[in-house]
Ligand binder design. Structure first.
Ligand SMILES: CC(C)(COP(=O)(O)OP(=O)(O)OC[C@H]1O[C@@H](n2cnc3c(N)ncnc32)[C@H](O)[C@@H]1OP(=O)(O)O)[C@@H](O)C(=O)NCCC(=O)NCCS
Length: 154
């Protein structure tokens, strides 16, 4: 069955919340997720039939887009889904100064993924992630993509 990509909305929140809990140790509460959409965060989703496979949630702050969460269901990774979703987001935000995100230093796969899209690691944020469950405190890598830098234009 085909993958269906589109902008998300409040009706997607139950499914997004469930996938968020599956993928991240530091899951958001449903209320926080709901509020994030109510205050204008952007959501893009990928479904297969009724099943949510992936989403990306971001927030615009002045001239920057902060990527808050990107999650793909574990059994459908490495099929280009995150690349498609990020492509939609990056197209929608092409007039921003920068798209930025933090990722755990140990998250080799995500760092490699973002680098394939042109994101550069620019700084370390020490102890950015609190201890959760079995995971110790951890540094974050700050990664940035500048849509209008020389070299990023068509
Ligand atoms: C990181 C994540 C979003 C990637 O999603 P995905 O749909 O599997 O990624 P794609 O299939 O679009 O990958 C595109 C390319 O990125 C690179 N890439 C993606 N995942 C990678 C990995 N685990 N290791 C190395 N390179 C990777 C590859 O070059 C890949 O192309 P290829 O499969 O032809 O080699 C997914 O693994 C995920 O949800 N991880 C858990 C949550 C997470 O870490 N989110 C980001 C935190 S900021």
């Amino acid at each position: 069955m085909a993958f269906n990509y589109r902008e998300g909305n409040i009706d997607d929140i139950e499914a997004v919340f469930a996938l968020n809990r599956q993928v991240f140790d530091e899951a958001w509460s449903k209320d926080v997720m709901l509020q994030s959409l109510q205050v204008g965060y952007d959501l893009f989703v990928c479904y297969q039939g009724e099943d949510l496979l992936a989403y990306v949630l971001s927030q615009d702050i002045l001239f920057e887009t902060q990527i808050m969460q990107l999650a793909v269901r574990a059994d459908v990774r490495r099929q280009g889904i995150a690349q498609q979703l990020m492509g939609m987001l990056m197209q929608a935000k092409h007039d921003m100064d920068a798209l930025v995100l933090e990722v755990r230093v140990s998250n080799i796969g995500a760092k490699a993924f973002y680098q394939t899209l042109g994101y550069d690691p620019v700084a370390i944020r020490p102890n950015y992630y609190a201890k959760t469950g079995s995971k110790p405190r951890e540094d974050a890598v700050l990664m940035i993509y500048k849509p209008n830098s020389i070299g990023n234009h068509d």
